[in-house]
Write a protein that binds this ligand. Structure first.
Ligand code: NAI
Ligand code: CS2
Length: 495
């Protein structure tokens, strides 16, 4: 990479004094490379001083908060279009960084900031599991220890729904209008789900407060898209080679999309000019992205990891995996979509393959494989049930589920161990201990997990037979022959 291939975009001078209008929960890599970058563009374009961000971690990673503070909350984003071309951007939109974990000093400061009348929007990226909702039913998990804590101690919450609830309660009693809650996590109808988490929790505290929140707080949904891998030491070394010595820096792709339902009673930045798409209904965009991009990511994650492949680009470099994605998209996912107006789904899936092939991201399959119990319902299973109900078979999804079940055993097909990072990891370990040597019983036991699988799937004999057959092929012949069998059967069936 020569100097010519490095594009620098930062204007440290344009930094208005404080102007915090947005609070963000979940100061992870994605927030720094997505929402904060849109706000940076907005601040650079308008010089406005009322939409600065206070970002907080409420569960983990105090070190990052300290590092940001040491750097006056400035950090860098490296946007790679490929391994030869990068745009380096300095972000100054963060005005405050707080650590409000259970062991943290800033919980009160965060709640005070969220109660500040100048704060009009609260955004969130706390991962799919951070809302404590059952992935399949959407019910609040009141038996989860953190939620039980927040029910018992509502004024000192540990969870994101608890933080939102306490801050809204304080605003209500102070006569301050409620902020708008904008979820930026990969969940279906993510605004509606966040509302459900907060209102359900409020019902355990005060029925009137629950009604007030349900009636007067806006929870617009949004579709968010930018591939932002977790930073590795290799990435930091790479950035140091570009002159960026920044512990809070993030690496991502150049592509970025944010489609937001336009429901902001207290106002919002006019960020359309900064690339945000404001729409009346986000659902078609969300469903398309969750089923086509994230659905494909999860197929690559489990089947690629079982084959000992490490990254997304390495997986899609193999024709068998590209064939699998094409099959899944054409036969199973696309037929379930009511596409956004003017969208070209063939061009969209081509662009997904190109984005997945970006080898400068080194996006690890292990990262995507995390939290399958929270991700698969919206990525594969909701669409799968629709296909089943329509009388169609879903063999690629069955192969994916077989891959996931095998992955949760904690080893790949060469016997190499890997961590199983999932809120249900213990349950999976128990099922493998109990049924590990009986694939049929193991399959039925997984399909009986009603927190993950819809009933229609559990009772579908063809589906469980397909999973069983795929498990056997994976074990006996490996991933690529299991994929080959899938497409062969399909062509047989279509012949
Ligand atoms: P990350 O690991 O860098 O950050 C995760 C953040 O969530 C951290 O701030 C962590 O403290 C917080 N968190 C985790 N569990 C929590 C819980 N139970 N309660 C409260 N906070 C919790 O991950 P990253 O990359 O920032 O992704 C976060 C979420 O952003 C994803 O789960 C997804 O929903 C969304 N997203 C990520 C994209 C990506 O490519 N990284 C792209 C599109 C969406
Ligand atoms: C990935 C997503 O880790 C995962 O589950 O599928 O984070 C993915 O990178 C983003 O949704 C892309 O926008």
């Amino acid at each position: 990479m020569t100097a010519a291939d490095i594009n620098i975009e930062c204007e440290p001078s344009r930094r208005p004094p404080s102007g915090i209008g947005i609070v963000h929960l979940g100061l992870g890599a994605f927030h720094r490379a997505h929402q904060a970058v849109y706000l940076q563009r907005h601040l650079d374009r308008t010089g406005a001083d009322d939409w600065g961000i206070c970002s907080a971690n409420i569960r983990a990673n105090r070190t990052l908060v300290d590092q940001l503070r040491d750097g006056d909350c400035r950090y860098h984003v490296a946007e790679f279009s490929d391994s030869e071309h990068v745009t380096l951007r300095e972000v100054t939109a963060l005005r405050e960084a707080l650590y409000a974990g259970p062991d943290g000093p800033d919980r009160e400061a965060l709640l005070a900031r969220m109660s500040d009348p100048a704060v009009h929007i609260v955004t969130l990226t706390v991962t799919e599991k951070g809302y404590f909702l059952s992935p399949a039913s959407g019910e609040l998990l009141t038996d989860a220890p953190a939620i039980a804590h927040d029910i018992a101690h509502p004024e000192s919450p540990d969870t994101a729904p608890g933080m939102l609830l306490e801050a809204l309660a304080r605003r209500r009693s102070a006569g301050v209008p409620p902020f708008t809650v904008l979820c930026c996590d990969n969940m279906p109808h993510n605004g509606r789900r966040t509302r459900r988490a907060v209102v359900s929790l409020a019902r355990h505290r005060d029925g009137e407060l629950a009604e007030w929140i349900d009636a007067s707080v806006a929870f617009p949904s949004s579709m968010v898209d930018r591939i932002v891998p977790a930073m590795t030491d290799a990435d930091r070394t790479r950035l140091a080679g570009l002159g960026i010595d920044d512990p809070a820096a993030v690496v991502c792709e150049t592509f970025s999309q944010w489609v937001v339902e336009d429901d902001f009673p207290l106002g919002r930045p006019d960020w359309e000019a900064d690339g945000v798409e404001m729409v009346a209904d986000v659902a078609p965009f969300e469903t398309m992205k969750l089923r086509l991009l994230n659905g494909a990511h999860s197929l690559l994650a489990y089947l690629g990891a079982l084959a000992g492949i490490e990254t997304v680009d390495a997986a899609v470099a193999r024709p068998a995996f590209r064939g699998l994605l094409r099959h899944y998209w054409q036969q199973e996912a696309i037929p379930t979509l009511s596409l956004p107006a003017e969208s070209d789904v063939a061009a969209y899936t081509d662009s997904l393959l190109a984005r997945f092939a970006n080898d400068s991201l080194r996006h690890r399959l292990q990262q995507i494989a995390m939290d399958g119990s929270q991700k698969l319902p919206q990525r594969w299973l909701a669409g799968g049930v629709e296909r089943m109900t329509a009388g169609d078979e879903i063999s690629a999804t069955a192969l994916g589920v077989a891959g996931w079940i095998r992955y949760t055993a904690g080893t790949d097909l060469n016997g190499q161990p890997h961590p199983v990072d999932d809120p249900m990891a213990e349950t999976f370990a128990t099922l493998h201990r109990r049924h590990g040597d009986d694939p049929a019983a193991l399959t039925d036991a997984f399909l009986a997990l009603d927190a993950v699988f819809p009933v229609a799937m559990r009772d579908d004999r063809l589906f469980s037979r397909q999973i069983l057959a795929a498990l056997a092929r994976l074990e006996n012949d490996g991933v690529e022959s299991a994929i080959a069998a899938l497409t062969l059967n399909a062509s047989d069936r279509d012949a």
